[in-house]
Design a binder for this molecule. Structure first.
Ligand SMILES: C[S@@+](CC[C@H](N)C(=O)[O-])C[C@H]1O[C@@H](n2cnc3c(N)ncnc32)[C@H](O)[C@@H]1O
Length: 254
């Protein structure tokens, strides 16, 4: 903070604050359970109502004191789809979204190439309580992942209050031999939806990734993921947008 000191008639400006290395950083080589509390500390005030809509086993919350936030924990496994939340418009201070970003998670059968084998199997055991969602129609592969993030983002826009914080975990991936930068696709979609991209954290894996049956390496193997922090802009509310849209539809119909 800047302060003003007087010397006779002369006023001189001096910088306040303190010198410190105790800062929240943008990159960590630690588990999500160590990084997530730092993100809350920086971006979410204590006592806030936080909806973790893909709670899974609650690993993110392992090091967050229970009394610090009003946590609403839901997951598809407990019957709540992040695309259709049981909250009223603009009632939530912060939403946390961490859906499965490995597209193999959504493959339609276990025999399909890349489906729930190897690391995806481990992923299911860790996060999915050994069950998996049935995906029988709609988009495929990476586009399924994207579709879920987009629809969950629309729902987040509805339930978050203006200025509310939307914390999104994601990982870029190579799908069908093509580089798919999920964090870029999400920013490009969420910004016009009404979010400002306030922060970005990179989480680096500490162990060495291993691939079985590698013939030729074409892309760098991903060993990092992201936490993106969005803030809902104080433009039109969801219901105002909906009202405007239906008003326009009525006018067009006349
Ligand atoms: C990567 S894990 C989340 C891990 C969690 N952040 C933790 O700390 O344990 C992904 C979770 O998303 C859930 N999920 C998948 N599709 C969903 C949906 N449509 N709505 C809500 N949860 C979903 C899965 O059941 C799984 O628990």
């Amino acid at each position: 903070m800047e302060q003003v000191e007087s010397e006779g008639n002369n006023k001189k400006r001096v910088q306040g604050g303190k010198t410190t290395t105790e800062l929240v950083l943008s990159t960590y080589m630690e588990g999500n359970e160590f990084v997530f509390p730092k993100i809350l500390q920086l971006h979410v005030p204590l006592d806030a109502v936080v909806a973790d809509v893909t709670y899974g086993k609650g690993i993110f919350w392992k090091n967050v004191p229970k009394e610090a936030y009003k946590l609403l924990a839901t997951d598809i496994m407990t019957g709540v789809d992040c695309r259709s939340l049981p909250y009223t418009d603009e009632s939530i201070d912060c939403e946390v979204l961490d859906p499965p970003y490995a597209e193999g998670f959504f493959r339609r059968s276990k025999t399909q190439s890349g489906a729930l084998t190897g690391s995806h199997d481990a992923f299911w055991k860790r996060y999915g309580n050994h069950k998996r969602p049935v995906v029988s129609e709609g988009p495929k592969y990476y586009d399924v992942v994207l579709d879920l993030y987009f629809k969950a983002g629309q729902e987040a826009k509805r339930v978050l209050r203006k200025g509310g914080v939307f914390i999104v975990k994601c990982q870029d991936q190579v799908s069908a031999n093509k580089q798919r930068l999920l964090h870029v696709d999400l920013i490009n979609y969420y910004e016009p939806l009404g979010f400002y991209t306030k922060d970005l954290f990179v989480v680096v894996r500490s162990n060495k990734p291993c691939v079985s049956r590698l013939v030729t390496q074409v892309h760098a193997r991903k060993n990092h993921s992201y936490f993106l922090v969005f803030v809902k802009k104080s433009g039109q509310s969801h219901s105002e947008v909906e009202k405007g849209r239906s008003g326009k539809e009525v006018a067009e119909a006349k």
